[in-house]
Design a protein around this ligand. Structure first.
Ligand code: NAD
Length: 417
């Protein structure tokens, strides 16, 4: 495989990772065509009335990448950069991720190209409902199941479920990440962050690291970043830096996450938290820490800063935070990257538990959810690690090898190719 270029789009980058491993696995061309491309892509126009009476038009996407292993599954993000290419990339990552953790879903993703900070709550609700009604005919509990992602949350899922139900009847299983009252699962809110920390624990156990001796920096303090910080701090890891869109803070002796949460509840941002040094988001990525956890945007570690990353381990809580060029620079430098398709799979795993609970009309306890999540995450970590040792390759290549083999087998068995 030729060296990756530094100007790949997000989907081209995921395709690069795919072909790199498909070459090693000797995947034939017809199978490659089916696994690499997307099954269905929808772009919808979303005119909404603003609170002041004006009409603004946005565009939304839903990409179903591969459904060989089960119904399509993936979150919906509201972000100004959410275009078709990015949504394709995220949908294909979902295909490999669900296969790595062995939950019976295919891969999909949705996005609405909008800066959500410009929307009032009623405007957000109108946009969410309009999006769901425009894509509703491809959604279903055995067809395509949505979930939260960047700038969407349990409330978004509640509006989506309600909108879909008005046409097709009450069906909580069409979205996961719902509020508990509407059929959500205990532990779903924290699941992605909890899964990230389970992976960190597994790496620590493998290498004989003690949590209290490890320093951790986390980029992003939304759903994933904040839960990662909270649970990692409870486990004894020293969180020395966190950030959000408004700024980054650094405290070499460690942050009190409990106090930080109180500050965030009042100030709406981590910036300005007492007794911390303000830094910028790029500096956070380059801090001299043991573990760096990007938990916000994609492509934050790239060809220009990969040489300056000082963490020995990067855990990809965000999707696609490391570009292919950066990935190869980091591998050459001996930095371990625990890839998104493994590291942030806790979210889709508990989404699977939520979906099964909805179908069974039964509720698990939080202990049951967390225990099962631990089982899935530890098994996935062990399998990826063993595969990387067998193939003498990176954890990303090993995870893709597992994902691609599983999906290829399902596609062959179904007779797709
Ligand atoms: P979120 O909207 O809850 O939080 C995003 C956070 O990133 C916020 O703190 C925001 O301020 C911060 N942020 C935005 N732009 C930033 C910037 N330029 N610099 C620094 N911080 C910035 O989103 P989330 O659900 O926590 O998702 C975060 C990442 O995790 C995304 O890549 C998402 O695809 C991935 N992910 C989420 C889930 C999930 O269950 N929510 C599951 C798997 C992967």
């Amino acid at each position: 495989m030729a060296e990756p270029s530094s100007d790949l789009s997000p989907f081209e980058a995921v395709q690069y990772f795919f072909h790199d491993v498909a070459d090693q696995l000797g995947i034939d061309d017809p199978t490659r065509e089916v696994l690499n491309g997307t099954y269905r892509e929808i772009r919808v126009q979303l005119p909404i009335r603003r609170d002041d009476g004006r009409v603004d038009t946005f565009y939304g996407y839903r990409v179903q990448h591969n459904g060989a292993r089960g119904p399509y599954k993936g979150g919906v993000r509201f972000h100004q950069a959410a275009d078709l290419d990015e949504v394709r990339a995220l949908a294909s990552l979902m295909t490999w991720k669900t296969a790595v953790v062995k939950v019976p879903f295919g891969g999909a993703k949705g996005g609405v190209q909008v800066d959500p900070s410009t929307l009032s709550r009623p405007e957000n609700e109108r946009l969410t409902r309009r999006y769901m009604s425009q894509v509703s005919y491809i959604v279903g509990k055995k067809r395509d199941i949505m979930a939260p992602d960047m700038n969407t949350n349990a409330q978004t899922m509640a509006w989506m479920m309600d909108t879909w139900g008005r046409s097709y009847g009450h069906e909580p299983a069409i979205v996961t990440g719902k509020p508990l009252t509407l059929g959500g699962s205990h532990g779903r809110d924290a699941a992605t962050g909890r899964g990230v920390v389970m992976v960190l624990d597994a790496a620590a156990e493998q290498h004989g690291w003690q949590p209290e001796n490890l320093t951790v920096a986390i980029q992003g303090y939304g759903n994933v970043g904040s839960w990662t910080a909270r649970i990692a701090a409870e486990r004894g890891y020293r969180i020395v830096a966190v950030s959000d869109i408004s700024g980054a803070i650094y405290a070499p002796d460690g942050l009190s996450i409990e106090m930080l949460d109180k500050h965030v509840a009042e100030a709406g941002t981590v910036a300005g938290f007492e007794s911390t040094e303000p830094i910028d988001n790029n500096t956070l990525l380059e801090l001299d820490v043991d573990v760096l956890i990007p938990a916000a945007l994609g492509e934050v570690v790239h060809h220009l800063n990969a040489d300056r990353i000082r963490a020995g381990t990067i855990i990809e809580a965000a999707n696609h935070p490391v570009t292919p060029v950066a990935d190869s620079i980091l591998a050459d430098r001996g930095v371990t990257v625990i890839p998104d398709v493994l590291a942030n799979a806790g979210g889709v795993t508990v989404s699977y538990f939520e979906w099964t609970q909805n179908i069974q009309e039964f509720k698990w306890t939080e202990e049951q959810v967390n225990e099962q999540l631990g089982r899935y995450m530890r098994t996935a970590y062990r399998k990826v690690r063993e595969r990387s040792e067998d193939l003498e390759t990176t954890l990303r290549r090993a995870a893709f090898a597992i994902g691609i083999s599983e999906v290829a087998e399902a596609a062959h068995l179904r007779g797709y190719v």
